[in-house]
Design a protein around this ligand. Structure first.
Ligand SMILES: C[S@@+](CC[C@H](N)C(=O)[O-])C[C@H]1O[C@@H](n2cnc3c(N)ncnc32)[C@H](O)[C@@H]1O
Length: 292
């Protein structure tokens, strides 16, 4: 098995693959692909190094390697699973591959930003396969979580992940364009990783990213079309202690320029990632006013 991993890693390197869907190097992807093709846990160690692959495992490995090397599919779409915050999720082409830095905030219980106490009401807006909201529900067993997305396929995947993690009593799904169909209520925490890729970046996406739904990525010329609509709709779903964590990736600079007169708090992450700001209700209201 070690030999298979070494050969595959070398093929990955020569093919110039792009990483960014849960791993950042050819070795990790080769290990992950070979262990997954053999149905072994990622925690498997030296004890499997000398293992010989069965014909079925070898066939699976060959098929999956071609999908990665020729079709340039992101690895989680090939194996059907992805990890966020140490938790495994079902993953396929119906939604973006989970990789949001918001996971680190969830695992840190939103410190130091959250003042609300008691059982939290959490909104995961633009939930895709539901990974952020479900991670939040697992982190805080008292919380109630609403997952919202415009895409019914993504919500079907989110429902599968809800069942996988047995959180159906506390996590619900809603199909809505931004918050247009969300019943009146206020949330303590809003997690939002919306589409935010600008037109220039969309035109230069590596092949791996073209396997993801473009509606999960693109958001107009400056990447902020969704966000402008969000700022208008969000205030009525917030209270004075609410905290909003909004991910904007590379478009954070467009956002900073658009709101040059406002102070925006950008967060730093130990595990990597950038372009996430934290907003209070009054800050969201100020930004919405600045737009009008
Ligand atoms: C960047 S993906 C984030 C998925 C997931 N939260 C994650 O972190 O992996 C953005 C998601 O926003 C959804 N979306 C796009 N436009 C939307 C809209 N107008 N209203 C609600 N959801 C929308 C897409 O369907 C997609 O699932």
């Amino acid at each position: 098995m070690l030999e298979c991993i070494e050969q595959l890693e070398s093929r990955f390197r020569s093919a110039g693959l792009v990483y960014g869907h849960g791993s950042d190097n050819s070795w990790d992807e080769a290990v992950f692909l070979v262990l997954s093709a053999c149905d072994l846990p990622l925690t498997a160690g030296d004890e499997v190094a000398e293992m010989v692959l069965s014909p079925l495992q070898a066939e699976c490995l060959s098929d999956w390697s071609n999908q990665r090397l020729i079709e340039r599919k992101p690895l989680p779409y090939i194996t059907g699973r992805a990890w966020l915050g140490g938790v495994e999720f079902i993953c396929d082409h119906r939604a973006l591959v989970p990789r949001s830095p918001l996971a680190e905030l969830i695992l840190n219980d939103y410190a130091p930003w959250l003042a609300s106490e008691g059982s939290l009401k959490i909104l995961d807006l633009c939930c895709g396969g539901g990974c952020l909201g479900i991670l939040a529900a697992l982190q805080d067993p008292q919380s109630q979580v609403l997952l919202v997305d415009i895409d019914s396929d993504a919500l079907d995947l989110a429902r599968e992940n809800i069942l996988k993690h047995q959180v159906h009593s506390r996590v619900r799904c809603l199909q809505s364009d931004v918050l247009a169909l969300c019943p009146a209520q206020s949330f303590d925490v809003v997690l939002c990783n919306p589409p935010y890729v600008d037109r220039e970046d969309m035109g230069a996406l590596p092949a791996e990213y073209l396997h993801e739904p473009s509606s999960a990525l693109a958001s107009g010329d400056d990447g902020l079309n969704f966000t402008r609509e969000l700022l208008q709709q969000l205030p009525s779903f917030l209270h004075e202690q609410s905290v909003v964590f909004l991910e904007l990736g590379n478009s954070w600079e467009h956002f900073d320029q658009l709101f040059a007169g406002n102070t925006i708090t950008w967060l730093e992450f130990e595990q990597g990632g950038w372009g996430v700001c934290v907003l209070t209700k009054s800050e969201v209201e100020e930004l919405a006013r600045a737009l009008s």
